[in-house]
Write a protein that binds this ligand. Structure first.
Ligand code: ADP
Ligand code: MG
Length: 830
């Protein structure tokens, strides 16, 4: 963005022999005009008080040649247009004062040509000077006559007949005239011929003061678009130069117009007055709304008045005393225009096609670069393309397996894959949360804390005491209304974790073992649990099978006798090392057993390997000794001379036995060595299994620890055993936040299922339905003061839940008061 710039305002005085020297005076710097009106002359003409006016302008052009006018007024604006700045040059003034002369000039005399042909000339000259750019020039010529738009170039053969009238359209790029023909001109001559075509088409109205004066506003626009010839440059600039020849600004009464001309004059006056209003508004910094749309002229010039363009106003005035009143009015307009500021800015655009091509090129280059890096880093070919559905599904499955513990780690391939892994973690987590929430909703009812009617109904039904505690739960450990049900706040959890770490490190130091969490050498020998005897002789495959089974070990059902026998939950969780011992005896006993089994197999293999090594060494030693003895025998034989029989060597028995022994030892050595190799492989495999088991044990322990000491028991009951959800796997803070929203205070587990809705109202026995879900509740009847409900179903979310659940097969019998309290039963029969 450029800096703010004032509109340039010039005045051109039409040469005359009858110049009012006494009334019109130019300043020495040619930048001001002083007007003086003699008292007697001004009587009743302008006003009674003021006789002198002084107007400060950017230049006063008197007796100025067309050349000088162009140099002063237009040259810079046109030059800047080629750099991407919009420009507007406007001629204002009363009819006959020289607007058209200034703008178009005379056609018969080349020297007297106006701004239009000179601007076109300058544009084409400058294009020639810029071979580095491909610059296109287009022109249009619009006339606004009696508030109607006319295309002055519509007579050209290339322009088809217009079907709909032209309209002014605004879009983010600016204002344009829909239906106005815009003509590409590749050379100066073409542009000139278009200009002459337009000139001859101008509507000329007869007028008393100047027969040939135009009664319309004409806007000649030159559109410039400059692209760099360097193909890599995707930026390009656009600009437009508006050259505006306004209709005469004189007042009606002077023109003596009538009929059609009167109508013209009315429109002209109106549009000029709107132009003035818009300009006054533009000059006022506090105004945020500029009334551009009041007439076609200001609307068409919306982005050419003020805004981001270079703007010049040239006011044409007469020099005669008789026109002084209009001259004053024109000068006032000019001085107002001078107050307007604009903020010229380059219209820079991006060539989408070139941009895409350049980006494609860069992408290809970067891919090559990446391939080089991959090969230097010895990485196999990596695909960096976006992932398809199958690949994403594969990642989802990897994440699930990883969370389950059946996959040790997810290999990192590239950034895209890492992002997708994280994404899938989020997907899995949110699915689990949804599942948890659904299950909880099935179990509990949401009662608004502020819904006192519902609360009192529940209390009246005797299902909850005034403190919000559940009936039958003396310790108040349940979901009481407004009561934070357990002490598992995140802060506390963090604290207990810290505590655990501290305790762990001290206990580890005492026992001389490292931390059980993540520690590779987790020492289970201190465990109170009895070691299970190791499995039978070294069948690695057998072990693998068993390990696979461990992967699918499900946690013990929560309602298993073991869980039921567990003492009530302590108010503060025990330290983790202590809890870990308990875990190994309870929920983790099976995994712990397998872990120990694996470990003992590992130890046994290690022992065997060590024994084999010892044996190998012994064999090796014996071999060496045998070799030595043989050598000795040989040297002895050589000393005694050779025994040969038909080319065959004859050796004594001792030597022969030694050779046999060596052969035997060699055989033994090979066998033992092979055994050792096999054992080493087995050890490696067993080690892997032990590590996996350890990992699983610790993971299960964490889940168990959360479930045992942090997640409320009734939530665990609701997350039915056997379902895929393990409450301990969901972050505790999430569960807590979910549950803290649940406010229910109704009865025991079985009663929950039955009366767990407060928002249902039964309108009549035949057509009862749940208000919340509009599900009909079929077959309700009353017998002996009890309501019998059969297959009472409702729908919550997508989950179809039987209120009676498995506990109430067939008919459900409820005390009537219980239903009244919760269901608000109305209608016949009750
Ligand atoms: P407008 O367009 O403002 O109504 P014109 O440009 O048509 O007025 O001028 C009216 C007449 O005066 C024309 O014949 C024009 O040639 C002549 N004229 C205007 N200004 C000048 C000037 N500066 N020098 C010579 N002739 C001029
Ligand atoms: Mg004119």
């Amino acid at each position: 963005m450029g800096t703010r710039k004032k509109v340039h305002a010039f005045v051109r005085v039409k040469p005359t022999d009858d110049f009012a020297h006494e009334m019109i005076k130019y300043g020495d710097d040619n930048k001001s005009i002083d007007i003086h009106i003699k008292k007697d002359l001004q009587k009743g003409v302008v006003n009674n008080k003021q006789t002198d006016w002084s107007f400060k302008l950017d230049g006063v052009l008197h007796n100025a040649s067309q050349d000088l006018v162009y140099e002063t007024v237009a040259k810079d604006v046109v030059a800047q247009a080629l750099d991407g700045y919009n420009g507007t040059i406007m001629c204002y003034g009363q009819t006959g004062a020289g607007k058209t002369y200034t703008m178009t000039g005379t056609t018969e005399n080349y020297k007297h040509r106006g701004i239009l042909p000179r601007a076109l000339q300058q544009v084409f000259r400058m294009i020639e000077e810029r071979p580095t750019h491909a610059i296109t020039v287009r022109v249009s010529y619009l006339e606004i006559y009696n508030e109607s738009l006319f295309d002055l170039l519509s007579t050209l053969p290339c322009v088809g007949p217009s079907v709909t009238p032209m309209t002014i359209v605004e879009n983010p790029q600016g204002v344009f005239i829909k239906g106005l023909s815009v003509h590409l001109t590749s050379q100066e001559e073409d542009a000139f011929s278009l200009l002459f075509e337009g000139e001859t088409n101008r509507i000329i109205a007869s007028h008393t003061m100047n027969k040939n004066s135009s009664r319309s506003h004409c806007i000649f626009t030159i559109y410039v678009e400059a692209h760099s010839r360097t193909l890599s440059d995707e930026k390009y600039i656009t600009s437009k130069i508006n050259l505006v020849d306004l209709a005469g600004s004189e007042r009606l009464k002077k023109s003596g117009s009538e009929g059609r001309v009167l109508k013209e004059a009315t429109y002209i006056n109106k549009s000029l007055s709107f132009l003035e209003q818009a300009i006054i508004a533009l000059g006022d910094q506090k105004r945020d709304h500029i009334p551009f749309r009041q007439c076609k002229l200001t609307h068409a010039l919306k982005d050419s008045l003020g805004g981001n363009c270079n703007m010049v106003l040239l006011t044409n005035i007469y020099g005669e005393a008789s026109q002084l009143e209009e001259t004053l009015s024109s000068l006032r307009f000019a001085s107002r225009m001078k107050l307007v500021t604009t903020e010229p800015a380059i219209n820079e655009k991006y060539d989408a096609e070139r941009m895409v091509k350049n980006l494609e090129k860069e992408l290809a280059l970067l891919k090559q670069e990446l391939a080089i890096h991959d090969s230097l880093a010895n990485r196999t070919l990596v695909n960096y393309d976006p992932m398809d559905e199958i690949q994403i599904a594969e990642i989802n499955s990897q994440v699930r397996r990883y969370l389950e513990g059946t996959l040790d780690e997810i290999d990192i391939i590239n950034l895209r894959q890492i992002q997708e892994v994280f994404n899938q973690f989020r997907v899995v987590l949110s699915q689990q949360e949804q599942e948890v929430e659904l299950t909880l909703r099935r179990k509990y009812t949401l009662i608004d804390k502020n819904d006192f009617a519902a609360i009192s109904a529940v209390q009246k039904a005797g299902l909850m005491d005034v403190d919000g505690h559940l009936v039958g739960e003396p310790d108040g450990q349940g979901f009481g209304l407004g009561v934070t049900p357990f002490s598992a706040k995140p802060g506390k959890k963090a604290k207990s974790k810290k505590m655990f770490k501290e305790q762990l490190s001290t206990s580890a130091r005492k026992e001389g073992a490292s931390s059980p969490v993540g520690g590779k050498d987790l020492d289970f020998s201190t465990s109170k649990t009895q070691l299970t005897p190791s499995s039978k002789e070294g069948d690695v495959k057998d072990m693998l099978m068993r390990d696979r089974e461990t992967s699918s070990i499900e946690p013990l059902p929560l309602d298993s006798p073991k869980e039921e026998l567990r003492p009530p939950r302590p108010s503060t969780p025990p330290p983790k090392p202590v809890a870990f011992e308990d875990f190994k005896n309870e929920r983790g006993s099976e995994i712990n057993r397998i872990f120990k089994e694996n470990k003992s197999i590992l130890n046994e293999r290690r022992k065997r390997a060590s024994e084999t090594t010892q044996r190998i060494n012994a064999i090796k030693r014996e071999m060496d000794m045998t070799k030595e003895a043989l050598n000795f025998q040989k040297s002895l034989r050589e000393k005694q001379g050779k025994y040969e029989n038909k080319g065959l060597m004859i050796i004594d028995e001792e030597e022969f036995l030694l050779i046999l022994k060596l052969k035997d030892l060699k055989k033994q050595y090979r066998t033992e060595y092979q055994d050792l190799r096999d054992l080493k492989a087995e050890i490696q495999y067993c080690q892997h299994l032990v590590d996996q088991c350890r990992h699983r044990l610790l993971m299960e322990f964490d889940i168990w620890y959360n479930e045992s000491f942090f997640i409320p028991e009734d939530i665990q009951v609701s997350l039915k055993p056997g379902s895929s959800i393990r409450p301990g796997m969901v972050p505790i803070s999430r569960i807590v936040s979910l549950v803290s929203g649940m406010r229910a205070g109704v009865g025991t587990a079985d009663e929950h299922k039955v009366v767990g809705s407060t928002s249902c109202s039964l309108s009549s026995p035949q057509t009862w339905q749940c208000i919340g879900c509009s599900q009909p509740l079929p077959r309700l009847a009353e017998a002996n003061g009890q309501v019998q409900v059969s297959s009472l179903l409702w729908r919550m979310g997508t989950q179809k839940t039987s209120l009676a659940a498995a506990t109430f097969l067939g008919w459900l019998i409820l005390p009537r008061w219980q239903l009244q309290g919760v269901w608000q039963i109305q209608g016949r029969g009750f």
